[in-house]
Design a protein around this ligand. Structure first.
Ligand SMILES: [Zn+2]
Length: 214
């Protein structure tokens, strides 16, 4: 089932390793098929190096396994909670990428110091409070706190990103780590300058509607 989406989700996991966003078996990507509402997600505890499209697990929005030989990722219930509450979201990514997670460890959101952040996120990357892993608690906090952003830090834990597709969610995870890295270095040099809200809005509008090949 969903062979093309299985291939996509498997290859999107390779982007996480390519951009050094994950170690060992940490992190996961899922994507929803908008027609069937089924979700393709990473199997639990499988190494990225040996991951194949056939290893992906297909679940329904209630967490019933529809197809797959492996147990699903331990973050699956979080992903499914997001899909149930955000019909516009068809991709979810979770990483413990270093710089973003450093902000999560000290319980700080990442303010919008960079035009690249204004473009991609339309503002700061918000912070959700401490939650135990594996249940819907994280999903609830994400839905409450993420707002219009594509990324959120979970305190003491890591990064979750969302997108209209799996690829868009992976891009947001790459961009969030890049923004966190630059912001970290900027904070060592002095006090970074916040971008005015009206300029953030203009940058976001331009990037969303004008930038690139339309
Ligand atoms: Zn995690």
């Amino acid at each position: 089932m969903l062979d093309e989406l299985r291939r996509q989700v498997c290859s999107l996991h390779m982007e996480l390793t390519r951009y050094n966003l994950v170690v060992w078996t940490m992190g996961n990507v899922s994507a929803r098929d908008p027609q069937s509402n089924l979700v393709v997600i990473k199997p639990s505890g499988v190494r990225y190096e040996s991951m194949k499209p056939a290893d992906m697990v297909i679940v329904d929005l209630d967490g019933n396994v529809v197809e797959g030989a492996y147990k699903y990722s331990s973050d699956t219930l979080t992903h499914l909670y997001i899909y149930r509450h955000r019909p516009d979201v068809n991709g979810v990514v979770h990483t413990h990428s270093t710089f973003a997670t450093a902000f999560a460890a000290v319980g700080k959101p990442i303010p919008c110091f960079l035009t690249g952040m204004a473009d991609e996120f339309g503002g700061e990357i918000p912070l959700g409070g401490f939650c135990l892993i594996g249940g819907i608690e994280i999903g609830k906090v994400i839905i409450e706190r993420i707002g219009a952003s594509k990324a959120i830090l979970m305190q003491n834990h890591g990064l979750f990103t969302i997108g209209k597709t799996g690829e868009e969610a992976v891009k947001a995870a790459v961009m969030a780590e890049d923004a966190a890295r630059t912001s970290f270095y900027a904070l060592q040099l002095g006090t970074p300058i916040l971008i005015e809200p009206q300029n953030i809005a203009r940058l976001y509008e331009r990037y969303t509607n004008v930038y690139g090949q339309q």
